[in-house]
Ligand binder design. Structure first.
Ligand SMILES: [Zn+2]
Length: 365
């Protein structure tokens, strides 16, 4: 990896600056391109923007910037996006400052020597020849000193377009299609890229970076959007009665496993309702996993209490029900006489004490 420090005058950087708000920004005589989507969605505050220009006017030093040199002749801005845009916007007369006498001043209102002072101001820029992996490492490291970006915002900074442009249309705005379709089943915020992250983790089995790297040059994100809709529609068809616990269910794993299995949704609902009311079931959001997989570990069923164990132990005269040998209480384990999934009771009349060995044999462990 190669890094080189250069001094570049603002007049060079701002040459041929074009800002097409939605899609991209170019400048530096077309050699530099960045996209608004490259970093955060929100906009730099006026006060921050103005202070960048004030700093330049006073000839105070600005922080060093980083850029990545692409394999072709273009560069990418790694940090500092909003600040460099502020500079170019000011020079292109797109906003004004207020001077000490409260007069509005655009760049074109300045004296010739004042203009030149700004145009000759030199930015210190590190030009980095890095691959995607190195860029991501850099972002993650420097991020500690910055405003905190989420994991997915960091990934968006690396694996960019054109795929990401399209993906963000579906997943990254306040009232984006994904939000309208699925907010009942999702946690987090579209703006902070939580929806996009969730969708990619679903389709990629949690290999998010690999998926983004593989797809970044795809023309659109139709595959992702289609998959996401399939999962949500499957949830709505399989479990038509909504409960707020559904936000925390790993539905995409269930979808992948059971999408081709037919379920009678009214029978499922009947059973869910019963389990929701069962005080032995301590983790309600896992009922959905249980109802399809029939794996009891999802129910986190309440264990027999120490008192129930002691009472059963006395009742069976201190011997193991299966092997009929004598054991101390602490050498034994409580077992459901009728399996929990058949009777749904963790009560004393469904409790028996087995020695550890017999319990292991019975439960097939
Ligand atoms: Zn035994």
């Amino acid at each position: 990896m190669k890094i080189e420090l250069q001094e570049i005058a603002i007049r060079e950087v701002a040459k041929n600056y074009i800002n097409n708000e939605e899609e991209w920004v170019v400048w530096f005589d077309w050699k530099l391109n960045i996209r608004p989507k490259y970093q955060r969605e929100f906009v730099y505050k006026d006060s921050q923007r103005n202070s960048v220009i004030e700093t330049i006017k006073k000839n105070f030093p600005l922080n060093v910037m980083y850029r990545v040199k692409n394999t072709d002749w273009t560069f990418e801005v790694l940090d500092w996006q909003q600040r460099t845009i502020s500079i170019c916007e000011y020079i292109n007369w797109n906003f004004s400052l207020t001077n000490n006498e409260n007069q509005v001043q655009y760049f074109h209102n300045l004296q010739e020597n004042e203009k030149n002072q700004i145009l000759d101001y030199k930015l210190m820029i590190y030009i980095c020849e890095w691959n995607d992996k190195e860029k991501l490492d850099w972002f993650k490291t420097i991020n500690i000193a910055w405003e905190k970006l989420t994991e997915q915002e960091l990934r968006n900074a690396i694996y960019t377009w054109p795929w990401l442009t399209d993906a963000k249309r579906h997943f990254s705005k306040t009232s984006c299609p994904a939000y309208n379709l699925a907010s009942d089943y999702m946690t987090g915020s579209p703006i902070r890229q939580d929806y996009l992250q969730t969708a990619i983790s679903w389709i990629s089995n949690d290999n998010i970076e690999e998926y983004m790297a593989r797809n970044q040059w795809s023309e659109n994100a139709n595959e992702l959007w289609q998959y996401f809709q399939n999962v949500i529609n499957w949830i709505k068809i399989t479990f038509p009665n909504y409960r707020k616990e559904m936000k925390w269910v790993n539905f995409w794993k269930l979808y992948n496993e059971f999408k081709n299995t037919y379920f009678d949704s009214s029978k499922l609902e009947e059973e869910i309702k019963k389990l929701m009311q069962d005080e032995d079931v301590t983790k309600k959001s896992w009922i959905y996993e249980y109802i399809l997989t029939r794996n009891e570990k999802y129910l986190s069923i309440r264990a027999f209490s120490p008192n129930q164990k002691r009472e059963s132990y006395e009742k069976q005269n201190w011997i193991c029900i299966h092997c009929k040998n004598y054991f101390e209480l602490n050498e034994m384990e409580a077992d459901h006489i009728t399996p929990w999934h058949e009777w749904w009771k963790t009560t004393i009349d469904n409790c028996q004490m087995l020695c550890k060995n017999c319990n292991r044999v019975k439960s097939g462990k």
